[in-house]
Design a protein around this ligand. Structure first.
Ligand code: SAM
Length: 269
């Protein structure tokens, strides 16, 4: 059984798009409403390859977790901004590598916890909680997190598809707070909308800010900055399709949807 949230879930308003539901619409999921689909369609019309980019983000999440739970030996995951359950959720990938892997899911969207609880009810090594990533003290003290994760041992903090929803005025302190609590040997896993000078990257950030309040494209150096003094694992911060791909990808021939996001994993030494 999963724990009930400490605080009541925020009001569910189906007339206003949310990040989690619009992303679900982009991925072709079923947990979205007309307003979310309208926003996803509007963004797709303006941003070539946006749907493919969302799929790429899920794929790199899977490869990253496979690496972390397998080769890197991680068995504790704090998935911040986890999104609505979809195919291949973090615990499913991690527990294939290590059946004892524990995953605490955190998202600001109350629908995530409604669906997450149903999905995870049978899994004792997972918890879902509603929370705001921008309040690290509250997240790290949340009973759903403390019941499952022991930060005196190595753990993984994930900000996958999430960093770009942290505005520049709060992001440095927020990410540092999560880095600081981690024990040596822990990892930080980030994917983010990137700014490499292509107009569609800042355009996507603008559409997100307009409709969802937050949305920030960062340069590769700005993304790398959030790893602090952690050591980046190979191949560093790259376009998501180029991060340990399952089959070779030509970096000179990336599709539009492969040039919207970057990924990186780093280890606390
Ligand atoms: N991590 C998943 C993935 O990569 O497939 C979902 C990414 S989705 C693009 C971003 C998620 O971050 C959404 O579910 C949204 O509700 C959540 N989110 C955005 N801002 C948040 C915040 N301040 N605190 C918690 N969750 C947040």
């Amino acid at each position: 059984m999963t724990d009930l949230p400490e605080r009541p879930p925020a009001e569910l308003d189906f007339d206003k798009p949310t990040i989690a539901r619009a992303y679900d619409a982009l991925l072709g999921g079923k947990d979205n409403f007309a307003a979310d689909r309208a926003l996803a369609d509007h963004a797709v019309q303006h941003i070539p390859g946006l749907r493919e980019s969302a799929v790429e983000n899920r794929k790199v999440l899977v490869r990253g977790i496979r690496y972390l739970a397998g080769e890197a030996g991680m068995d504790q995951f704090l998935d911040l901004g986890s999104g609505l359950p979809t195919m291949e959720n973090t615990h499913q990938v991690a527990q294939r590598e290590n059946p004892d892997a524990r995953v605490a899911y955190v998202d600001i969207d109350p629908l995530v916890s409604v669906h997450g609880r149903a999905l995870l009810a049978e899994n004792g090594n997972t918890r879902v909680t509603v929370g705001d990533v921008r309040d690290p003290a509250a997240i790290l003290a949340d009973p759903a997190v403390t019941a499952l994760l022991d930060f005196s041992r190595p753990a993984v903090v994930m900000l996958v598809g999430m960093l770009h929803y942290l505005s520049p005025d709060v992001a440095d302190d927020v990410v540092a707070a999560y880095r600081d609590v981690l024990a040596p040997g822990s990892h930080l896993f980030v994917t983010s909308l990137v700014d490499t000078g292509l107009p569609q990257q800042q355009e996507l950030a603008r559409i997100a800010r307009e409709s969802l309040e937050e949305g920030w494209a960062r340069t590769p150096a700005e993304i790398e900055f959030h790893f602090g003094d952690f050591a980046l694992v190979e191949p560093g911060v790259t376009y998501t399709a180029l991060w340990r791909p399952d089959s070779p990808v030509d970096p000179q021939n990336l599709a539009p949807g492969e040039q919207l996001g970057m990924a990186g994993i780093a280890r606390k030494t």
